[in-house]
Design a binder for this molecule. Structure first.
Ligand code: NAD
Ligand code: MG
Length: 379
């Protein structure tokens, strides 16, 4: 039985990962979260990890007091989260932290030669080839948790080399599918958080409404599967049943289907290459009846093309897009900017980012800070 470390354990993916760990009887050696210590305490008492990392320093002190009667070690800050990611006992690290906050823990896990089950797509959007090259150098596998990338990965099992023609990345279209730009002027935070098919953290739910999430997923696929953004077709599929597909050179299209339940892709990353029973509901295609596919509306949702352009330009452009987006989504959730300002501000920050070829992790964080600054100062 594998021993796992779960980063972002109190979030949407993290709690579902612990469900999978509970039913699968996994040993959990480390947990990490930001500040929800009530839930972190419950998780620690149930799973008895050796380490719990809490990013927020005050929350870490509180959790330490709450767990004083146990032998669980509570560590604080980014340093603590990075240490948990490298925890000796783990066979696999599941990174379900949200945002660029997941990048250093990703690097820490790879440096410690841990198999990485990656939900934190922002690690690849910002770190890109730095992350994938480090994984290659350390002989570490990055197993996708994002449902689309898990689907693509599943479709690619057993494919001979050089047989992939293109990737078909499906998108639900989010809550505003079919709306014209004019109709999005006054949408509220509650409207944007009302996702039709998936229940997720707030940040990714807003990203789904702008289609930034799909743009990030194009960048994520570029790095995971070593393809160009030009080799990826995005299709809106409202039912979220076909989780994505690949086309092979002979014209066969192979897809992975299932209900909209993240526990399957989470579990597959943990059991890979094996498959074991999962608590997800079985898919009844006769109940679903109809599957539809449509081209995305790239004018109303410009974030998709912003990401594709940034991916093709390379360098630090995608880090700038991510940093600007994190800042813009935060401002939108706080009611400080409108929905349509999100793409505008992100584009401004992306344009301001210089083209560079080679970069370091410090450059990634500098690009991130500069992009955030542009968003905060131009609203
Ligand atoms: P969430 O907001 O529900 O959870 C985020 C988790 O990260 C929380 O446990 C939080 O405490 C923790 N966290 C935040 N900052 C941290 C820090 N600095 N150090 C340590 N922990 C920190 O988000 P989510 O919806 O679970 O998404 C997590 C990641 O998975 C994101 O990258 C998202 O894009 C990706 N993802 C999510 C889904 C989904 O269904 N929710 C699907 C695909 C991919
Ligand atoms: Mg996804």
């Amino acid at each position: 039985m594998k021993t796992i470390c779960i980063l972002g354990s109190t979030g949407s993916i993290g709690t579902q990962a612990l469900d999978v760990a509970r039913t699968g009887g996994y040993k959990v050696c480390a947990l990490a979260a930001n500040s929800n210590i009530k839930l972190a305490e419950e998780q620690a008492r149930e799973f008895r990890p050796r380490i719990v990392a809490v990013y927020n320093e005050q929350a870490a002190r509180d959790l330490k007091n709450r767990l004083a009667d146990t032998d669980i070690s509570v560590v604080a800050g980014e340093e603590g989260v990075v240490a948990a990611a490298a925890c000796d006992e783990s066979d696999i690290v599941l990174n379900a932290i949200v945002g660029i906050a997941g990048l250093r823990p990703t690097i820490s896990a790879i440096t410690a030669k841990k198999t990485l089950a990656l939900a934190n797509k922002e690690s690849l959007v910002t770190g890109g080839t730095l992350v994938t090259n480090l994984a290659k150098k350390n002989g570490v596998s990055i197993l996708p948790v994002d449902s689309e990338h898990s689907a693509i990965f599943q479709c690619m099992q057993g494919l001979p080399e050089n047989s992939l023609k293109k990737i078909i990345l499906t998108a639900s279209g989010g809550p505003f599918f079919g709306k014209a730009k004019e109709e999005l002027k006054n949408v509220t935070v509650a409207d944007a958080l009302n996702h039709p098919n998936w229940s997720m953290g707030r940040k990714i739910t807003i990203d789904s409404a702008t289609l930034m999430n799909k743009g990030f997923e194009v960048i994520e696929a570029v790095h995971l599967f070593d393809v160009s953004a030009d080799d990826i077709e995005v299709l809106v599929h409202r039912q979220s049943i076909v989780h994505s597909a690949v086309e092979t050179v002979d014209g066969a299209v192979i897809a992975q289907l299932g209900t909209a339940d993240m526990r399957l892709p989470i579990q597959y990353a943990l059991t890979y290459p094996d498959r074991t029973p999962c608590p997800c509901k079985s898919l009844s295609l006769s109940d679903v009846g109809t599957l539809t596919f449509a081209k995305p509306d790239r004018e109303t949702f410009p974030c998709l093309d912003l990401c594709i352009k940034a991916s093709l330009q390379g360098g630090l452009k995608t880090a700038a897009v991510n940093g600007a987006n994190e800042a813009a989504v935060e401002l939108f959730l706080d009611g400080k900017i409108s929905f349509l300002q999100i793409p505008e501000l992100v584009e401004r920050a992306c344009d301001a980012q210089r083209d560079v070829k080679d970069f370091t992790i410090d450059d990634v964080f500098a690009a991130d800070r500069a992009a955030r600054e542009i968003v905060y100062s131009s609203r």
